[in-house]
Ligand binder design. Structure first.
Ligand code: DC
Length: 202
């Protein structure tokens, strides 16, 4: 039996944390689809052609260190506007969504393009300022030398590109449950997500 949970939303809204917790709660597999675009973006930064990078992507590429940096995030957002790159990654994501035992996929276009028939759909969001603050705290803790203003500008630039592109733009599916995490603790956001999935399962 398959059961697909689509979790979309902008950068640093809490999708990753919520997706992992939801997957653990239901005993489902989890795929962070942003990692696919980050792995392609990292290869492009290393001089590989974007389409070639997408078509030859391997599981090991997703384990590369450095995929979480701001530069790779921007490179991922830039390769993600290329229709052929997106098309090269579709089959893998759809097969993952329909694996036996249930799957959680998080990204930007899961509920709209990759898995429009997902049994449960969430759109996790938060204000740009709150998201930038969270990302800034993460980067500071890691010892990165950056400023809140730089991180906020980065978040806004990526939002605009991800939401404004012609191909599979970031947008909430009409039937997605929206969760705004701006004023929620992690525990409350996870509880809201699990409740929404339970409702879809009922
Ligand atoms: O979720 P993330 O921040 O790791 O994603 C990095 C970039 O990848 C994001 O800015 C846009 C792109 N992306 C996408 O276009 N579609 C997805 N399903 C996931 C990510």
């Amino acid at each position: 039996m398959s059961f697909a949970i689509a979790i979309d939303g902008p950068a640093a809204a809490g999708k990753g944390t919520i997706s992992k917790a939801v997957a653990a709660h239901f005993g489902f597999a989890h795929l962070d689809t942003g990692l696919l675009y980050r792995a392609v973006g990292a290869k492009v930064l290393a001089g590989v052609d974007p389409l070639e990078a997408a078509e030859t992507l391997t599981a090991e590429d997703l384990e590369e260190p450095g995929l979480r940096t701001a530069d790779v995030a921007q490179a991922a957002s830039r390769v993600a506007v290329i229709g052929e790159v997106r098309a090269a990654l579709v089959d893998f994501q759809r097969a993952f969504a329909r694996r036996a035992g249930g799957a959680v996929l998080d990204g930007r276009d899961i509920g709209t393009v990759i898995c429009p028939d997902a049994e449960a759909k969430l759109f996790v969001t938060a204000s740009a300022e709150v998201r930038a603050q969270r990302r800034f705290a993460e980067l500071e803790a890691r010892g990165d030398d950056t400023s809140f203003e730089t991180v906020l500008a980065d978040v806004k630039e990526r939002d605009a590109r991800d939401a404004g592109r012609a191909e599979a733009p970031m947008v909430a599916a009409e039937d997605a449950v929206r969760i705004d995490t701006s004023e929620l603790s992690i525990e409350a956001a996870v509880a809201a997500a699990i409740a929404a999935v339970e409702e879809a399962r009922a």
